[in-house]
Design a binder for this molecule. Structure first.
Ligand code: FO1
Length: 305
């Protein structure tokens, strides 16, 4: 599964209930990563680990349940950067990751250690161990890091362009291309096409490998009824000149995905999706409803490819 953050984590939760976790490889976006307070923070990797470990804050969808914020309160007291909410327990993850990176370990190696500590059996890997950062240019022409846009500005500024700094020099992490080449099937999680899936595809070799497996690739639309359930995916699609609909997602993914799972509310878009050359699969996709994540996962595994 190609993964962003919250939507991907929820679907993975269903998938590990539907198949042996050890047979799942999560290839995760690192474009949201950030260096702050001298720490390397990997939000999408952490959201997936915390969610699968049943440690994630349910109401936030990121960070840990039962968090305290003493450290950030102290930082704020000194006038330091306290705009990005790092809980006291979450900070432990960033402290460990940063120290391991400084010892020369790769992000993939560290992620495996962290996943192992939480007894997760699926393979979780960053798409690359190299530096890749999603940069967002907003209407006034200034360029922001992803988190400055998403959190700093609560993503309520319009975006004129996006780029993935470092992508051209980035190499797929060990096993990433192999997983894409050999997987029985590949799922594109219901993550933000512009800032969660595209930064994965921007790593040289990934889009090509995926395109060669197009008939085995099933994407799940993050847009339902023209809206994203969480985050700015719908607005970003429009701001970047795409149609914020399941059809727009089908067009965005048609190069490498043969199927697109869309929500029942979009059933009337099925024929338009077919004309884009993608097979629409209509079902319940809102995983906030109990059991949908599991039934969606069962469907994804049962689709003939
Ligand atoms: N999202 C927010 O909206 N506000 C925050 O203060 C915030 C802090 C944060 C800390 C650690 C972490 O792993 C994720 C965090 N997120 C926060 C979510 C983060 O912005 C993710 O990149 C988004 O969820 C998009 O995937």
């Amino acid at each position: 599964m190609l993964c962003g953050g919250v939507g991907a984590a929820r679907l993975l939760k269903g998938l590990v209930a539907s198949m042996p976790a050890a047979d799942i490889t999560a290839i995760v976006n690192v474009g949201d990563d950030m260096n702050l307070h001298g720490l390397h923070i990997s939000p999408d990797l952490d959201t997936i680990v915390y969610t699968l470990a049943d440690q994630v804050s349910v109401d936030r969808g990121w960070g840990l349940e039962g968090e305290t914020w003493q450290a950030m309160e102290m930082v704020g007291r000194y006038g330091g950067e306290d705009w990005f909410g790092l809980g006291d327990r979450d900070l432990g993850t960033h402290l460990f990751r940063t120290n391991e990176l400084a010892q020369g370990k790769t992000l993939a190696e560290i992620t495996q250690v962290i996943a192992g500590v939480w007894d997760l059996e699926l393979q979780i890997s960053p798409v690359t161990n190299d530096r890749l950062r999603t940069m967002v240019t907003i209407a006034d022409g200034s360029e922001l890091s992803f988190q400055q846009y998403f959190v700093g500005h609560s993503h309520d500024v319009s975006v004129t362009s996006i780029r993935f700094d470092g992508a051209t020099a980035a190499r797929p992490a060990p096993g990433v291309l192999e997983a894409i080449r050999t997987a029985d099937r590949i799922v594109v999680a219901p993550s933000n096409p512009a800032v969660s899936i595209d930064p994965i595809l921007a790593v040289p070799g990934v889009l090509e490998a995926l395109s060669l497996r197009r008939s085995s690739v099933i994407a799940v639309s993050p847009i339902i009824g023209g809206k994203a359930l969480k985050g700015p995916a719908d607005r970003l699609m429009t701001e970047l000149g795409h149609e914020a609909s399941a059809v727009g997602v089908a067009r965005w993914y048609s190069r490498f995905a043969a199927k697109l799972v869309i929500d029942s509310v979009d059933h009337q878009l099925a024929s338009a999706i077919e004309t884009v050359g993608v097979d629409p699969i209509v079902t319940e996709t809102i995983m906030a409803k109990p059991g949908v994540s599991k039934s969606l996962s069962d469907l994804l595994l049962s689709l003939p490819i």
